[in-house]
Design a protein around this ligand. Structure first.
Ligand code: HEC
Ligand code: HEC
Ligand code: HEC
Length: 109
């Protein structure tokens, strides 16, 4: 009983001290805004937080913090964050070859 009480008090103190509560990621497929769609070589990138694999990743894999936090991906950071895993997954499993292709993330232009 005492243990449970301590755990509860600790949990409450932690919650009260946290400045921002963890946010829920947006549901469904979202499209990343393009800085300049006219000069972009590829179509806009889409992403779904709810995909089986994406759901297992820590928010900080992509965001500045566990609350989500501002995220701006350019070609360099976007490919380091997203394409790297997709290419590795495609290489390891021939059935997932499509994951490594440009059109898996970029809409056709
Ligand atoms: C750690 C590995 C990993 C990272 C990082 C990752 N993905 Fe994926 N992604 C996958 C896998 C695996 C799938 C196949 C579906 C599944 O198993 O969830 C997938 C599926 C997709 C799909 C196909 C539609 C869907 O949601 O199923 C898109 C589009 C996509 N990812 C875009 C992105 C973008 C954009 C990023 C970076 C912001 C990203 N992914 C980061 C592993 C990853
Ligand atoms: C694989 C990379 C990846 C992971 C992991 C991820 N996100 Fe995201 N998230 C994105 C991308 C890409 C966007 C779209 C950003 C944009 O529109 O510029 C986004 C957008 C958001 C937004 C919309 C607000 C905003 O900043 O535009 C919230 C809130 C968010 N994510 C929360 C979370 C939380 C909470 C987690 C952990 C449970 C999480 N995300 C995990 C890639 C990721
Ligand atoms: C796993 C997802 C993913 C895959 C696969 C991927 N990209 Fe990207 N790419 C991104 C993200 C994220 C960005 C940064 C966001 C943006 O620019 O819209 C980006 C940005 C870019 C840009 C800069 C913006 C533009 O359109 O001019 C180019 C060029 C690009 N990618 C080319 C490619 C090519 C070529 C391939 C295939 C060989 C490819 N990408 C495969 C996720 C991906």
């Amino acid at each position: 009983m005492k243990r449970i009480l301590i755990a509860a008090v600790t949990a409450f103190a932690f919650m009260a001290a946290a400045p921002v509560m963890a946010k829920e990621p947006p549901k469904g497929k979202l499209t990343l805004p393009q800085k300049d769609a006219a000069t972009a070589k590829k179509g806009p990138v889409h992403f779904d937080h709810g995909s089986a694999k994406h759901k297992t990743l820590k928010c900080e894999t992509c965001h500045a913090s566990a609350e989500g936090g501002k995220l701006t991906l350019d070609q360099k950071t976007g490919h380091a964050t997203c394409q790297k895993c997709h290419m590795e997954t495609a290489k390891a499993d021939p059935a997932k070859k499509a994951l490594g292709t440009c059109d898996n993330c970029h809409a056709k232009k």
